[in-house]
Each structure stands twice: as structure tokens, then as C-alpha cells.
Design a protein around this ligand. Structure first.
Ligand code: KG4
Ligand code: ZN
Length: 334
């Protein structure tokens, strides 16, 4: 079985061809240069870039893989969550190809794609905990099986990736902030005590907007502070919260198998903190390769293939939604 997967939920235009045996090829075009003057993603510009880039990218993918579209069994695409202008372009592209080839459409939830990015490397036994840390989400789920997700807790305000991007902007570092702060923190010292929001609370809720405000106050009151030290102190606060909440989730559920996914899971200190934790307190840890942590179309293809195998397809009346909760996604089609 073969699928073409389309991911345009934010500012990466990504396509992949995937077979039930594994990946055939994928392409990705980042829009970082378009958005960086604005310090964040501008939805209308993102949509225009997706429109500009999808067809040339498809051409490249087909040339690279020598694949004939006639062989496709279905089209997978990200339906939700994401920026509506961006999603609309990908969904319209998916519909046109499906219509032209007479093939079914398989909508995928972007977060389900992130969770299953680890399966592209190695399947994980159920049940497991999933910490999703991206530009738009910071959530902890129990994954009981494919399609069965239980939300345990998450951020009440900014997502972790969003707070990386906002702190980078405060430091005048450029966009996206996550990889820049990751690099700078390696040269920095954890010398500023920043708040660890909601750490003491006995639940899995999180909050990162106060932390960003604390960084702003720190920069204003310490005009001579080194950016490296601010980056390191900020990152330590974020990771203390994430580690604490994951430990609480393990205590609550008794599940000692964790996947950490989403763009922020590319962070080098996050990876080493969770690796050390798994060795110290003993649990199974899976974090995808950094290339699969950030948005890509292979993860959408994998989740699409699992949905198609279960007979889940959608009619061409399907339309993008800004934010359908993962645990509710697709229930009406199953
Ligand atoms: O999953 P993703 O590619 O897109 C969304 O679904 O949001 O995540 C993007 C986020 C951005 O906020 C970016 O700054 C962050 O992931 N990010 C990182 C790193 N690489 C990307 N954050 C911290 N350290 C990194 N190395
Ligand atoms: Zn994402």
C-alpha cells in the first residue's frame, strides 16, 4: 500500500511517499527566511509560500523517488490543528490530487503524527506516555492504543516552543528561537533563578507565560547579562518543569514507558536530561531523531497508513479545523 502525505499546518511545506513497508522518500521546505524578519510565523505569508512551493516540491519528490502517482492507494494530509490559512492550502492540494486520481482521503491529526514519529524508527509497546512539546502544544497523554488517547494535562497558556521563540525575540536572537537558545545555552551558566511555574501543584497542568515575563524582567533589570546565561537559566527552568510533570504522570498512571515528541524534543539538553532520568529512575524512553522531532510529512504518512489500515477515510466535504482535541479526532468516521 502506498500513500502521499501532505503537511502544511504551520511554516514547513512537507511531502512524503510512504509504503506499508516503510518510507520511500520525503521533501521539506522551511519558510524560516520568510518569517524571521517578523520574529514569528505570519499566517497569510505561510499560506502563500505553501501555494508557491507544493507543486515544485511534488515534482522533486517524484523525480527523486521515480514514483508514479498512479500507484498511490490514498492521500494522507494534516487536517488539524494548525494555522487555518496554511491548512487550507494543504487540504485543497490533497483534495485535488485525490479527485484527479480517484483515491480516498485520509485526514490526520498533527499531534497524532508527532506521537507516531517515533514509530518510524521503532514501534513502541502500548500503553505509553507521550510528552508533546512543540510550537503550539505542550501536552501529556496516555496512548492506550492507536487512536485511543487520554489527555492528562498540559499548558494553560504558552506552549514550550512558543516560549523559546518569545524568549529568543526578547534576547534579539532571531526566529525560530528554540535551536538558537539550545546552542547558546551550551555556553551559558544557570545563574539566574527563574520561576518553575506550577511545579508544586499536584497535577499535570503547566504554564510558561509567567516564565517568559520573568525573563523579560531579568533582561530589563540586568542590562549587562550574558545572553548565554539567560538562555541556560531559562532552559533549566523549562526542563525542571517538564521532568517534574513527567515523573508525576508516571506516578499517577504507573506507566513507565515515555515518548517525547514535537519540535522542542530536538533540544539537546532535553534529550540528555530525559536520558539521564530514564537511567536513574528506570523507564523506557523513546525520542525520535531531531529530523523527525520537528514538523515533517513522514510522521503524517505513518499515522495516515495506520488510519487507512483501520478503514478510516473521509469524504471530500472534509475541511480544516484550527484545533480539534486529539482525543476527539476522527471519532465520527470510525
Ligand atoms: O513541532 P514543530 O516543528 O512545529 C509545531 O508543531 O509547532 O515545533 C516547532 C517549535 C518551535 O517553537 C521551535 O523553536 C522549537 O520547536 N524547536 C526547538 C528546537 N528545535 C525546534 N526548541 C528547543 N530546542 C530546539 N533544538
Ligand atoms: Zn508540529
Amino acid at each position: 500500500m502506498y500513500t502521499l502525505a501532505i503537511e502544511t499546518s504551520c511554516d514547513e511545506t512537507a511531502l512524503a511517499i510512504y509504503s506499508s513497508e516503510g518510507p520511500i522518500g520525503d521533501v521539506l521546505l522551511s519558510q524560516v527566511r520568510v518569517h524571521s524578519p517578523f520574529g514569528g510565523v505570519v499566517p497569510d505569508l505561510a499560506a502563500r509560500e505553501h501555494t508557491r512551493n507544493l507543486l515544485p516540491l511534488l515534482d522533486k519528490l517524484l523525480k527523486d523517488t521515480c514514483f508514479n502517482l498512479e500507484k498511490l492507494d490514498f492521500i494522507s494530509f494534516t487536517l488539524t490543528p494548525g494555522l487555518i490559512p496554511s491548512l487550507v492550502v494543504g487540504v485543497a492540494f490533497a483534495k485535488s490530487i485525490a479527485y484527479d486520481l480517484g483515491k480516498p482521503l485520509v485526514p490526520v491529526h498533527h499531534l497524532e503524527g508527532h506521537i507516531y514519529s517515533v514509530f518510524l524508527e521503532k514501534p513502541v509497546e502500548y500503553p505509553f506516555l507521550s510528552l508533546i512539546v512543540s510550537g503550539g502544544h505542550t501536552d501529556i497523554y496516555v496512548v492506550w492504543n492507536f487512536g485511543r488517547y487520554e489527555f492528562l494535562g498540559g499548558t494553560l497558556d504558552d506552549a514550550v516552543g512558543e516560549s523559546y521563540d518569545k524568549v529568543a525575540r526578547l534576547l534579539g536572537l532571531g526566529y525560530p528561537g528554540g535551536p538558537i537558545i539550545d546552542r547558546l545555552a551550551k555556553e551559558g551558566r544557570d545563574i539566574y533563578h527563574l520561576p518553575r511555574p506550577m511545579l508544586k501543584e499536584d497535577n499535570l497542568n503547566m504554564s510558561f507565560s509567567g516564565l517568559k515575563t520573568a525573563v523579560r524582567q531579568l533582561i530589563e533589570s540586568h542590562k549587562d547579562c550574558r545572553k548565554e546565561d539567560v538562555a541556560k537559566s531559562f532552559q533549566s527552568a523549562v526542563l525542571d518543569v517538564l521532568v517534574d510533570k513527567v515523573i508525576k504522570a508516571m506516578e499517577l498512571t504507573g506507566i513507565r514507558r515515555l515518548v517525547v515528541v514535537g519540535g522542542v524534543s530536538a533540544n539537546s539538553e532535553l534529550r540528555s536530561r530525559f536520558k539521564n532520568l530514564s537511567e536513574t529512575i528506570g523507564f523506557e524512553l523513546h525520542i525520535p531523531h531531531p529530523r523527525l522531532s520537528t514538523d515533517n510529512a513522514l510522521m503524517i504518512a505513518y499515522a495516515g497508513m495506520e488510519r487507512f489500515k483501520r478503514g478510516i477515510t473521509a469524504g471530500d466535504e472534509i475541511n480544516p479545523e484550527p484545533n480539534v482535541p486529539l482525543e476527539a479526532f476522527g471519532k465520527e468516521w470510525s
